[in-house]
Design a protein. Sequence first.
Length: 325
Amino acid sequence: MEITENEEGKRVDLFLSESLKKRGFVVFSRSFLQENWDKLISVNNSFPKTSYKLRKGDRVEIDWEKLKKLESSLDRSDDIIPEEGDLDILFETEDFLIIDKPKGIAVHPGIGNLSNTLVNRVRGYLELKGVYDKNLKRAGLVHRLDKGVSGVMVFAKTVPMQNKLQKQFEARIAKKIYLAQVEFRQLVTDIENILPQKSLDIYKEVEDIEKRKFVFNEEWYKVEGYIERSSKNRIKMAFKRYKSGGAKNALSYIKPVSQDLLLVSIETGRMHQIRATLEYMGIYIKGDTLYKNNKGKNIPERIELRSIFLSFLDLKDEYFSICKI
């Protein structure tokens, strides 16, 4: 974004704080921002001190992905209101819950949305059973799905399990596979070359890559590049082949299983990675009006993207996996 006369002379840390409030982030204090200032915001492609005063025409880029991670790291467990609500529990042990998240429900409370989220329901469920551990952060949350996305998620029920899962997601030991129902604006030649003549058995395809310990062969199309905030629509992310500014590396593998269904495995967990990567390739997830239209301002409540596979190690270091289409 470009600084106007109204913002000229304003300290950059104050500008960031005000921008966060407008976007509905947790209201970070200026002292918190200063303590976590490293590369949160760039001005003219360099990283300023907190005391820098903005000038008209300055080009400012905010690292929203890093800010989201900072927001997630805050322990706001006391703000989570326990609620009763539908939970599709696929599997449960003393240490974790596997839940099938429906479309249209947020995973975690945010500003202006403190109730009716998956975390509220998980806490309510565990408290009703008398097994809720108040030492858990965010009711056992360890990873997220966008509001419009459905599928398999894991919640920790104990602090050791939460710590172990968080480390696995950070180190990319935990694996996820998504299924996207799509439409093509155009066909990338490499994708066209691996389109199946007849629909493949999705369960068999997942089983195959699991057996190969996620070593992808030529049947999976590798897409490697960078993701940053879109310059055309600040609500969106954009995929690029080459690094620029504060863009983050992104690696995905794609395998068509029919003429309009894709399996997607992401090796990096960037914001809107699948949606932005597919858009770059001229492919759109059905229902995703935001990524089909550069002028779109509304985030869709439901899109045809689903997390169908999840695997990780439990506290005994035994391998656990689940697949549900």
